[in-house]
Design a binder for this molecule. Structure first.
Ligand SMILES: [Zn+2]
Length: 352
């Protein structure tokens, strides 16, 4: 990446695994929406850090949703990981040395390593990761599924952060990748009534198949429909997964004392109806991603409890296809894509 909106695939030296590190051959990788927004120069979190890095020269940017095969391990790799293992990795690695990490608050680490952002990521044939972030992929899970596991882990974190209680009514605003995954997790979790609003007909259909009780067209009166479905009370939990502009709707649809989970990546100074949130005692949470949940997400996919394949509509081949994958993921509607465009680098079944 040489500047905002300016990225190309170029030759770089192969990475070498130092102490505690692993080199992974990337079998499949998909861009995240956040990466597409950052590449385009949108003023979301991490934009200023990226701008500062770009001022010093080209940045090897992006690639944290991937699956691959361990090529090499440096000294001190954790037990249970071997060369040849099929893996993915947790994208954020707390430093392990600062005051927050030592106090067992890794989410408060001020300088975590973030794959593809603080260093080179998996938009490459080989990626170097801290070996402790590797997660083994169970048999029967494809590289495409494993590359799509991070958003599912995020949805699981979201439901945990909201503490959805048995029978809670849940509204999911947005029927994109996160909306559909949240619908599936809600259906398999504690939620009672599951409501989803979305703009695209194809994605509303996916949300319906994922088990939503009430699927609404986002251009309609979502607030009225939610109030009607909840006896005029509002939803116990609202997942805001549609991007800027819908937080206001979330605040109107959540019940008094309810919870809004901020799933979308928002601009730095996105507005919020603070007085209403305060007056109604609404809790706003933003789940972090992280370890442990990846293993569970992979098991859910292996068992067929959650379907991530329904969101994979575009697959490209070879590392040269990365810019095209970014373009498709950035503008899914135009390309008729349901989720991120995946790039396949090699077939790990044939390699085995
Ligand atoms: Zn730390």
């Amino acid at each position: 990446m040489r500047g905002f909106g300016d990225a190309a695939v170029e030759e770089v030296p192969d990475p070498v695994a130092g102490p505690g590190e692993a080199v992974v051959d990337v079998a499949c990788v998909q861009p995240s929406v956040t990466e597409c927004m950052l590449l385009a120069g949108e003023p979301i979190a991490m934009h200023t850090v990226l701008a500062a890095r770009l001022a010093e020269g080209p940045v090897r940017f992006g690639g944290h949703e991937f699956a691959g095969v361990v090529r090499a391990l440096g000294p001190g790799a954790p037990d249970g990981i071997r060369v040849g293992d099929r893996v993915t990795a947790v994208e954020t690695a707390p430093c392990g040395r600062c005051a927050a990490c030592r106090a067992s608050h890794p989410h408060a680490c001020p300088s975590p390593a973030v794959l593809g952002f603080t260093g080179p990521g998996a938009f490459a044939e080989q990626v170097l990761v801290p070996a402790r972030t590797l997660v083994r992929v169970p048999d029967g899970v494809t590289a495409a599924q494993a590359a799509a596991i991070q958003p599912l882990a995020g949805a699981l974190h979201g439901h945990a952060a909201a503490a959805v209680h048995p029978g809670d009514s849940v509204l999911i605003i947005g029927a994109g990748v996160m909306g559909v995954l949240h619908t599936q997790v809600a259906r398999h979790g504690n939620a009672g009534l599951v409501m989803v609003s979305g703009r695209s007909e194809a994605k509303r259909e996916l949300a319906g198949r994922a088990g939503a009780d009430l699927v609404m067209d986002a251009v309609g009166d979502v607030e009225a429909a939610v109030l009607a479905a909840t006896g005029g009370v509002g939803a116990d939990v609202v997942f805001e997964a549609a991007g800027a502009g819908t937080f206001e709707l979330a605040a109107r649809c959540v019940r008094r004392g309810g919870t809004i989970v901020m799933v979308s990546v928002l601009p730095d100074h996105a507005g919020a109806p603070l007085a209403r949130l305060r007056e109604r005692g609404i809790t706003v949470v933003h789940p972090r991603s992280g370890g442990g949940v990846f293993e569970h997400a992979l098991r859910l996919v292996a068992r067929g409890d959650v379907d991530v394949d329904c969101l994979i509509s575009h697959r490209l081949a070879g590392v040269e296809a990365l810019p095209e994958a970014l373009a498709i993921t950035r503008d899914k509607q135009r390309y008729g894509a349901l989720g991120p465009a995946q790039v396949d680098l090699f077939d790990w079944d044939r390699a085995a």
